[in-house]
Design a binder for this molecule. Structure first.
Ligand SMILES: [Fe+2]
Ligand SMILES: [Fe+2]
Length: 362
């Protein structure tokens, strides 16, 4: 008999939540498109709109019990605990952890949809509002495609409490600059890295094509954060800049506490959704945590593929440094918290450049 909790994959995803926002909403009666780079991002966004229903082949069948990623590229095949699993549990682990990650993409995209709408309210410039409206539409499309894909996997896992807290703090921030830092740099840095790695790992043509389309949009979103936040921070009073730098530090610090360090120390129990994914694969979460801890003690880390992107090192921190959201004072906070400040923007710039052409849907 079918388990009623599994008849609708969304039945256990966590209901709804309500937040209050102290953010100021800004009318702008000067309709001049006077920020050239924003105007160009807005034009590019209009040109590169795509329709998931028309442009992706949703008839492709997916067997939810089989992995949708290449196990050797998934980042766990060097962990002794995983290597010792029998073939059935290992396959179930890969399938369920992929579904868990895709569920996080889906929930994160809903957060992005709401933050982009909030930016449309709050940014002071006409070009900024038009651009933010296109990002809102982009994020709606991302929610749509991940919802459709996750439904095919027949499983949706609850949102990670750490990701939820990060997005909640961003949504309830008191200024648009903080919202753009929390979303367009920290959360979208995390997403850009995760999507990029998923595109390389997946063996499912539909997922690869879908993620490629999403990545093009996300590259534009990260570029918006850079263009617009740089401009705003450079015009700020030093006290206001420190307030923004503190917000950026708090967001990074909270994210680190959630993931266990820049590359994950494996020293904590997985979050409730991940635990459910492990249980679906018949793996005891305590045994998993112990296995990860032992691997960490032996110097073995997940995600060590040479071409993998490290969201924190390659995207988030360089983006924050580039816009001026790391000050001399906040640099000391990073040092005290043992969080390295990376400033090499090469990977970030190469991903931003990925949005330079029209979507390739061949
Ligand atoms: Fe998105
Ligand atoms: Fe985005």
């Amino acid at each position: 008999m079918a388990d009623p909790a599994h008849s609708d994959p969304f039945s256990r995803s966590g209901g709804r939540g309500v937040l209050s926002s102290p953010m100021e909403i800004c009318w702008q009666f000067d309709y001049a498109l006077d920020i050239e780079q924003l105007q160009s991002l807005y034009s590019k966004a209009k040109r590169n709109q795509w329709d998931a229903e028309q442009q992706l082949d949703w008839s492709q069948e997916i067997d939810p019990s089989r992995p949708i990623v290449d196990e050797e590229r998934f980042g766990f095949d060097n962990i002794p605990f995983i290597q010792k699993l029998d073939a059935r549990r290992r396959e179930a682990f890969t399938a369920n952890v992929s579904a868990y990650r895709l569920s996080q993409f889906l929930h994160g995209e809903q957060g992005a949809l709401m933050t982009a709408a909030a930016l449309t309210h709050a940014v002071p410039d006409h070009a900024g509002k038009l651009y933010a409206a296109t990002q809102t539409m982009d994020e709606a499309r991302h929610v749509e495609v991940f919802e459709k894909y996750v439904r095919k996997l027949a499983k949706v896992y609850p949102m990670s409490p750490g990701l939820k807290k990060l997005i909640d703090n961003t949504l309830t921030a008191d200024s648009w600059v903080k919202i753009a830092i929390g979303m367009n740099m920290v959360v979208e840095g995390l997403a850009l890295g995760a999507f990029h790695n998923m595109r390389r790992q997946t063996t499912c043509p539909l997922l690869r094509q879908l993620v490629e389309l999403v990545l093009r949009d996300e590259a534009r979103h990260v570029a918006f954060g850079n263009v617009y936040v740089s401009k705003a921070i450079s015009g700020m009073h030093p006290d206001e800049r420190e307030d923004v730098a503190q917000f950026a530090f708090d967001a990074i610090h909270a994210m680190m506490a959630n993931t266990g360090g820049p590359r994950g120390s494996g020293k904590r129990l997985p979050d409730p959704g991940f635990r459910l994914a492990l249980e679906e694969a018949d793996i005891d979460p305590h045994d998993f945590a112990l296995g990860m801890k032992q691997a960490h003690a032996e110097g073995i880390r997940p995600d060590q593929e040479p071409d993998a992107i490290h969201a924190y090192q390659d995207l988030m921190m360089p983006a924050l440094v580039r816009v001026g959201a790391v000050t001399e004072r906040s640099r000391k906070l990073y040092e005290e918290a043992d969080i390295p400040v990376y400033a090499d923007t090469r990977v970030l710039e190469s991903l931003e450049a990925a949005d330079s052409g029209e979507p390739d849907l061949a």
